[in-house]
Design a protein around this ligand. Structure first.
Ligand code: ADP
Length: 383
């Protein structure tokens, strides 16, 4: 019976907090492992073990006290997860799959071996090896270099258009990919339970700000054709079925100018691109995770409203106790849902919260997003 099984989550950040909030509706026993009870999940879940999810001993001891173990971050100790699995614990995603996904090189090989569309690539050693291959004519400009492990939020990625960009090369074992002619960047969250049931959410589109060259906001459903939407959802299901991941898979995709949809990378956990599901879908990605790892029926992924999601990042130039300027002006607008993670200290660009705006009118939806973007700021008062 699902409500009697303790779910252990490695990582206690904001994704953990939002999972704990979803689990509380059903009083599902949940516990977390992360460095400090002061982290976001510790604020809403009293069962919080202080330790490191990268430590073999800590993960093993933590997992032995749980029935089901899952993650909210990939960089966990998978060696301990393999042992827990052998000892009969339920671990989602399976540690062997997590080992593949954690390494961008193995991940790309997996796509190639399973005929999953992805950009052409080759695996290389570090900087010297890449330079040598360029001299030999085996790698040609332009290309994208990705460190095989350790990168996140675009760190660990270098776009090399000409030889003038070579100073940007990272010194790490890498995946070298062809530069894709991207029309849109899409994300699809898909869930699967161990019985093999799958449920896919409507596609999310990352909208970039031209000046800042940063994701400005996420919008769902994406502004793409029905055919492109169908392709994206089908691809997400193909990917999760090939990996046989139980739990969630966030599939990041590129839509090309030729109308092709290909996989960029995946994350086997709740994801930033699914935050809006709390306020804009019948079942949030967090509730879906609980259902999926418990092998329970999956919930409806239908949208109750169109939505825009904005990350609330620490304002540049402000480090210290966080203060949320403009909060009341923003919640005064209908459909503006602010989520504050509860991190005491703000730093430039630190993810401090997010805002989902729900509104079925495309014009007012965007207007409210612009208002929130201009008026809600995470600052320090005592600067
Ligand atoms: P991270 O895991 O750090 O988020 P990604 O693989 O998502 O790294 O790459 C970050 C960004 O770099 C993508 O969102 C996309 O804008 C760009 N990018 C990545 N791979 C390619 C590619 N092959 N061609 C063109 N742009 C790419």
């Amino acid at each position: 019976m699902m409500l009697e099984k303790t779910i252990g989550i490695l990582g206690g950040g904001q994704l953990g907090k939002m999972t704990a909030l979803a689990a509380q509706n059903w009083d599902v026993p949940l516990q977390f492992l992360d460095k400090s009870k002061d982290f976001p999940a510790g604020k809403v879940c009293p069962y919080f073990i202080e330790g490191s999810f990268q430590s073999y001993d800590d993960v093993l001891a933590f997992g032995r006290e749980c029935d089901i173990i899952t993650i909210e971050i990939e960089s966990v100790n998978t060696e301990a997860l393999h042992v827990l699995e052998k000892e009969g614990k339920t671990v989602h995603p399976a540690p062997a799959i997590l080992d593949i996904i954690k390494d961008k090189g193995l991940q790309k090989k997996f796509y190639a071996e399973h005929d999953i569309p992805t950009s052409p690539f080759e695996l290389t050693g570090a900087k010297d090896d890449i330079l040598k291959r360029i001299t030999e004519g085996k790698i040609t400009f332009p290309f994208v270099q990705k460190a095989r492990s350790g990168g996140y939020d675009g760190k660990g990625v270098a776009v090399i258009k000409t030889k003038e960009d070579l100073h940007k090369l990272l010194d790490a074992d890498s995946v070298i990919e062809e530069l894709v002619d991207i029309k849109k960047e899409l994300g699809v969250i898909v869930a699967r339970n161990p019985s093999g049931e799958t449920a896919v959410y409507p596609t999310v589109e990352m909208v970039f700000s031209e000046e800042a060259n940063l994701v400005e906001y996420l919008i769902s459903p994406a502004t793409i054709t029905e055919e492109e939407e169908r392709k994206a959802r089908e691809l997400a299901i193909t990917v999760i079925e090939n990996f046989k991941v139980s739990g969630l898979l966030a599939v990041e995709m590129f839509l090309t100018h030729d109308g092709e949809v290909m996989v960029n990378e995946v994350a086997p956990r709740p994801h930033n691109s699914g935050h809006h599901t709390i306020d804009a879908c019948v079942t949030s990605q967090y509730e879906q995770l609980i259902r999926a790892v418990s092998d329970a029926p999956l919930g409806s992924t239908e949208m109750t409203s169109s939505a825009i999601m904005l990350n609330l990042l620490g304002e540049p130039g402000h480090t210290g106790k966080a203060f949320y300027e403009g909060f009341e002006d923003c919640i005064a607008l209908p459909g503006v849902k602010i989520h504050i993670y509860g991190k005491e200290i703000t730093k430039p660009f630190r993810k401090m919260g997010h805002i989902t705006i729900v509104d079925d009118n495309p014009k007012t939806l965007r207007e409210k997003a612009r208002f929130v973007k201009e008026n809600l700021k995470v600052i320090t008062k005592d600067k």
